[in-house]
Design a protein around this ligand. Structure first.
Ligand SMILES: [Zn+2]
Ligand SMILES: [Zn+2]
Length: 166
């Protein structure tokens, strides 16, 4: 480890120690705990897998702190159409936040903005693939795994698949 860095991961939060930030800015790369996501009601359908990978350029411009870069988080999701689990990578390649700072600021907590960006990228109804056929509304068979004996026209079944889940 060695010298302390200006970006700290402490108690599940990602914090910039302004006193350690190099003039001209610095690039920070690492992984922080996905606990900061605090998914609450979403947790049944999406579960974080591993930590949040970040690559952030942190720069102080007078009384502004500019944070730019990318965030990546893997999730294990349950498809809301066919109920199968699948992996989803949420990637925000253009994370940009600016914070007003002054001499009284020693630490700046980036956690809330990071959380917001990742959560906004999460689908409300995860779907394993655009082509997912969902479940047969009659017998509940997974139509991705072949047909069933029902005579229903399966067509685009996404809404009836949702009804089954309700
Ligand atoms: Zn599916
Ligand atoms: Zn069926």
């Amino acid at each position: 480890m060695g010298e302390k860095e200006a970006v700290l991961e402490t108690q599940g939060r990602l914090i910039v120690d302004l006193s350690r930030l190099k003039e001209g800015g610095e690039l920070f790369e690492g992984e922080t705990s996905a606990e900061i996501l605090d998914l609450e009601d979403k947790e049944e359908l999406v579960q974080p897998a591993g930590g949040i990978a970040y690559k952030l350029q942190v720069e102080s411009l007078g009384n502004e702190l500019l944070v730019r870069g990318e965030l990546r988080q893997n999730f294990i999701c349950v498809c809301s159409f066919c109920n199968e689990t699948f992996n989803l990578e949420v990637k925000e390649g253009r994370f940009v936040e600016s914070y007003e700072i002054n001499d009284e600021f020693a630490f700046l907590d980036l956690t809330n903005e990071i959380r917001e960006v990742i959560i906004l990228d999460l689908p409300a109804h995860p779907r394993c693939s655009e082509a997912c056929l969902g479940l047969c509304p009659e017998c509940g068979a997974n139509l991705n795994k072949g047909g069933c004996e029902c005579k229903t026209d399966h067509g685009d079944d996404r809404w009836s698949a949702l009804n089954i889940l309700d």
